[in-house]
Design a binder for this molecule. Structure first.
Ligand code: PAF
Length: 288
């Protein structure tokens, strides 16, 4: 696996890949490192669907607020490289912050409405940081497909809008959430949790299961489904809810009526750690 650290060298390396076999497709897996099975599932999907796979590791300062965990975010570069190499990644882009954000940089990508909902409502500017860095990665790497996890459902909605609005010639591929045996959605931040917090954190996936069950049993009242979420989350005494909502998966708007497909999304603080989880519920049979 070739490791590249400057945007200029990365552009050249990607162009070189395309020169070798012009028709070959490039899959991109953007990450902030501290890799887990969720990230590796994206790499595997890219390896299945594309000829070449490019991964990135960059802890993006622009998407962290002033009181968030940028400095303590886990950095496990050596181990990440070994994992990516073992999965058959061709090229790794791991730039320094000054390379991605030189002092003269002026341009910011903003998806203001969608980017202000769910995580965007409680993490001011978060999705501006995400959209800006992903836009830069798309321009540098020019992938045919880019792979993201459904766990970050709001991020997916923001990036889908960005790809549409800025006419990026690529496909966003959204891969299923990977869970630990106890139901906890995999996240780099899970490593912050103590054993006790890890137990409490299971309330997030439990709350989603309750809503799925209620919808399967015919419940269609969004108000009742929100109450179901909050009731399950309240059972974990130390957990502090950030949001628990049933929204449109594309616009992230809250809704009063349950449509054919809805995103059920929760975010909560467990001690010092903010966790998110979600599921999609369908009220109509999905045609195969
Ligand atoms: O999902 C993440 O890990 C990050 O938000 C991303 C997409 C790599 C941008 O920094």
């Amino acid at each position: 696996m070739q490791i590249v650290t400057s945007p200029r060298a990365m552009r050249a390396a990607c162009k070189a890949l395309q020169r070798v076999v012009p028709s070959q497709t490039i899959g991109l897996v953007p990450t902030m490192g501290a890799l887990h099975e969720g990230h590796l599932s994206l790499v595997r999907a890219s390896r299945q669907q594309c000829d070449r796979t490019v991964a990135t590791i960059f802890v993006n300062p622009l998407q962290f607020g002033p009181n968030e965990d940028f400095t303590r975010y886990p950095r496990t570069f050596q181990q990440d490289c070994e994992l990516l190499e073992a999965e058959g990644v061709d090229l790794l882009f791991a730039p320094a912050s000054e390379e991605m954000y030189p002092a003269q940089m002026q341009t910011i990508v903003d998806v203001p409405e969608i980017g202000g909902r769910l995580d965007g409502a409680s993490r001011q500017g978060h999705f501006r940081g995400v959209a800006t860095v992903v836009c830069k990665l798309f321009n540098i790497i020019q992938p045919d497909r880019a792979f993201f996890g459904q766990k970050d459902a709001a991020q997916v909605a923001v990036l889908q809008a960005m790809v549409r609005d800025l006419n990026f010639d690529l496909e966003l591929v959204v891969c299923p959430i990977v869970r630990e045996a106890n139901g906890l959605a995999m996240s780099s931040r899970n490593r912050y949790l103590s054993d006790e917090e890890r137990k409490e954190a299971q309330a997030l996936s439990r709350s989603l299961c309750s809503v799925q069950r209620a919808v399967a049993e015919g419940q269609r009242s969004v108000t009742t489904l929100r109450e179901t979420l909050l009731h399950e989350l309240a059972a974990a005494a130390s957990l502090r809810v950030d949001y628990a909502d049933v929204v449109d998966p594309n616009t992230l708007e809250s809704m009063s009526e349950l449509p054919a497909s809805a995103l059920v999304a929760v975010a909560a603080w467990v001690g010092q750690t903010r966790l998110i989880d979600n599921c999609i519920v369908h009220t109509e049979e999905v045609a195969l």
